[in-house]
Ligand binder design. Structure first.
Ligand code: ZN
Length: 188
């Protein structure tokens, strides 16, 4: 993550907070399992979690992946090139992790956070439009919102009017709207 420049400061802050939550969740699992950090046992535990994430919260699963090296391409597991089958496999499997909503948020909020965070951290696996859609909404998801289907579709329709370069440059949904409307009426 070092050196990554996020499209706005709020997103950078939220990514930092979620990354800290991953580290915290991992430290808790280590403590509960009686495993010392930096030991081969930690690596073994991380593989155990990565291979069968269904019993773990998604923060623990993502933390495990962050601590593993891909035996095929040598990158941090799931961070390798799109062509690496092993990274692709584990990137897919991660979504079997548990996603428990926080209190007082709309049902499905945690799933949306989980997916948006995964997209933001595996940007090269997704199109510029997908990146823009998920990254622009992530801070509001973390704040406890969940767009309705209609809202999500409206945002997607606007993003679809942008060029790939614009998608990677936009810093806010307001900016998306401005650029999209410059191309004429959206439903006209
Ligand atoms: Zn790989």
């Amino acid at each position: 993550m070092a050196g990554q420049r996020w499209r706005n400061s709020r997103l950078a802050q939220v990514i930092g907070e979620l990354t800290a939550e991953l580290d915290h969740a991992w430290a808790e699992l280590l403590g509960a399992s009686g495993v010392a950090p930096g030991t081969p046992d930690e690596t073994a535990l991380a593989w155990l979690v990565a291979d069968d994430p269904t019993g773990y919260g998604w923060r623990v699963v993502d933390a495990a992946l962050d601590r593993l090296t891909c035996t095929e391409c040598g990158a941090t597991l799931t961070r390798g090139p799109v062509g690496c089958g092993r990274c692709g496999y584990y990137h897919g499997v991660r979504f079997a992790a548990r996603e428990v909503d926080r209190p007082d948020v709309p049902a499905g909020n945690e799933h949306a956070i989980r997916v948006a965070f995964a997209v933001a951290r595996a940007r090269h696996r997704y199109s510029p439009r997908a990146r823009a859609g998920y990254e622009l909404v992530l801070p509001s998801l973390v704040a406890g919102d969940l767009p309705t289907t209609a809202q999500a579709q409206a945002a997607k329709a606007l993003i679809n009017r942008l060029t790939p370069e614009e998608c990677d440059d936009v810093a806010s949904l307001a900016e998306v709207e401005r650029l999209a409307h410059r191309r004429g009426p959206v439903n006209g």
